[in-house]
Structures are given as C-alpha cells and as structure tokens.
Design a protein around this ligand. Structure first.
Ligand SMILES: C[S@@+](CC[C@H](N)C(=O)[O-])C[C@H]1O[C@@H](n2cnc3c(N)ncnc32)[C@H](O)[C@@H]1O
Length: 276
C-alpha cells in the first residue's frame, strides 16, 4: 500500500522538522520510518491525506501534542551508562574540584545534560559524584537533564534500566546503587530524584533561559544530527547559559573548534573540554 507521505512532501516536512528542532533527516535513510509514522498518526487523527495532517501539525496544534508526537518518532535516543567514561572521570577529578575553588561558595554547582535521553548520562554524573564522595560533603551539586523527546524523559524519571544499558557500570557500583529486578535494574531510593528532568527543545530560547545558568554542560551525541548552522546556534546558546569559567563537553565525534571560536579548548587528561 502506498504511504500518505510522498517523496516530494518528505522535503516539506523535513524542512519543518529541521527548522523547529535542528534535526536533519535524509530521504534515503529516514523516508520509510517517517512515512510509516505519518500513516499511523493519520489513522489516529482520522485524517485521510498528508495535507490535512501537515495542516494540523503546523496550524492546529495549540497544545503542542502533534509536534511532541512527531519529535518522539524521529529522535535517535541511543545511550548507556558510563558511555565515553573518561569524561565523567575528568568531571569529578578535575572540573568540579576546580570550579569548587573559583565559584562562590554559597551556591550549588550546576550541571546540564543536554540531551539526556533516558537518563543514563546525568545519572552517570551522579554516580561518579557520589562514588568520589568528597566534593558532595562540602558542596551542593544540581544536575538537570533535558531532552526534546517526552517518552525518554518519562523513562528517565522512572529510572528502570535494561542489562544492556548498565553493562559498562562496574559490578560493585551497580550493586551499591541499583536494585536488581526481573528484567533489569531499578535505580535505588538513595539516588531517585537526584536529577531534575525536563522536556525541552534546545532551540527554544525562552525555555533555555528558564533553566538558568550552569557551570558545566554535557552535550554529547546530538550535534551529529544537526547541520553547521544549527550547531552554531546551539553552541552560542550554551555559551549564554554558562557562567564565566564554565565548561562544555561534547561527544567524542564532535568538535567545538569547527563550530564557533568563543570557547578556550583545553585538554584534561585524554578529554577535550571547552571553557567560557
Ligand atoms: C543519541 S542521544 C544522546 C544521549 C546522551 N547525551 C549520550 O551521549 O548518550 C540524542 C538525543 O538528542 C535529543 N535531541 C535531538 N534534538 C534535540 C533538540 N532540538 N533539543 C533537545 N534534545 C534533542 C534526542 O531526543 C535524543 O534523545
């Protein structure tokens, strides 16, 4: 059966998705998935052609549900605990101790995981911080996780993980902070609620301002889905959201120097970090 989404209309909705979220979809790779999603969604909405669906998405979506459903369908949420582990080590061994010395003592250090997907990244920060143990004795640390996909934020809040997701956590740490369940692992009560999760689009300037200022921003494995113009916009958003002296860390395949020149690139151990 033919899909409601023609290849010409793929360009139109692709442009809409790009403009709203920075996500760049390629016809060869993404047409099938998007076309199947629109067929399914059209049945749920009881519309019988692409034009009606696209009208609803653009002009009849006051509560934002249609856009949210679309985002939940097109994002790639791959993640796992302790991914690119050296960055968490640098965070607790160098970055946080340095910031602790220079930042005013009367406020928490604030870390943003943007994007956080199902929560493994911000909880990996928390696990490293509690395992290190000393900083947390003298300083509050706040961790905020944001993602455009509301389904991953719901999962992050439940903090229930598969065997695959926790495979890189050393067994002793896993045993200390998680409870084994039939089909995976539940984060234990001690760490539940330690990350503030929110659904947010990095291109939504108002929402980003509401999150406040941060001392460290992890933004790993999202910019790879964007083009240069969107990467630049996001990099400048991070710059505005950081306190002076604060850091950005990107995924191993992502380089700030190719995007903007406002940060100072520094090597900490094997990890490249970008300081404001
Ligand atoms: C591959 S995951 C990366 C998760 C984690 N940072 C890691 O490296 O393991 C990419 C995430 O980016 C999110 N994302 C894509 N565009 C976004 C946007 N405009 N605003 C916020 N999150 C976005 C997706 O929903 C997805 O969960």
């Amino acid at each position: 059966m033919a899909h409601l989404l023609s290849t010409e209309n793929f360009e139109k909705i692709g442009e809409f998705i790009y403009r709203k979220s920075g996500i760049h979809l390629e016809k060869e790779k993404h047409y099938d998935k998007l076309a199947k999603y629109i067929d399914k969604r059209a049945v749920e909405l009881e519309v019988d052609n692409f034009r009606k669906y696209f009208f609803k998405l653009r002009f009849d979506d006051k509560d934002g549900i249609e856009f949210q459903e679309l985002m939940n369908a097109v994002t790639v949420n791959e993640t796992y605990f302790f991914r690119e582990k050296d960055q968490f080590e640098v965070l607790v061994e160098s970055i946080l101790p340095d910031l602790d010395k220079i930042m005013p003592k009367n406020r928490p250090l604030r870390i943003l995981s943007s994007p956080c997907s199902t929560g493994e990244e911000p909880y990996s920060m928390i696990l490293h911080i509690v395992e290190e143990g000393e900083l947390i004795e003298r300083r509050d640390v706040e961790v905020v996780g944001i993602d455009i996909d509301s389904t991953v934020i719901e999962k992050a809040q439940k903090a229930r993980y598969t065997e695959r997701s926790v495979h890189a956590i050393p067994k002793d740490i896993l045993g200390r902070w998680f409870v084994k369940k039939n089909l995976g692992y539940q984060l234990g009560d001690d760490l539940m609620g330690t990350v503030d999760f929110q659904v947010a689009n990095i291109f939504d300037k108002q929402m980003m301002r509401k999150l406040g200022k941060f001392d460290v921003i992890f933004s790993r494995n999202m910019l790879i889905y964007f083009d240069d113009a969107s990467r630049k916009e996001v990099a400048m958003t991070f710059y505005d959201m950081l306190n002076p002296g604060g850091y950005v860390l990107l995924g191993h395949a992502e380089y700030m120097s190719r995007i903007v020149s406002v940060f100072n690139a520094k090597k900490m151990g094997r990890t490249l970090v970008y300081q404001k």
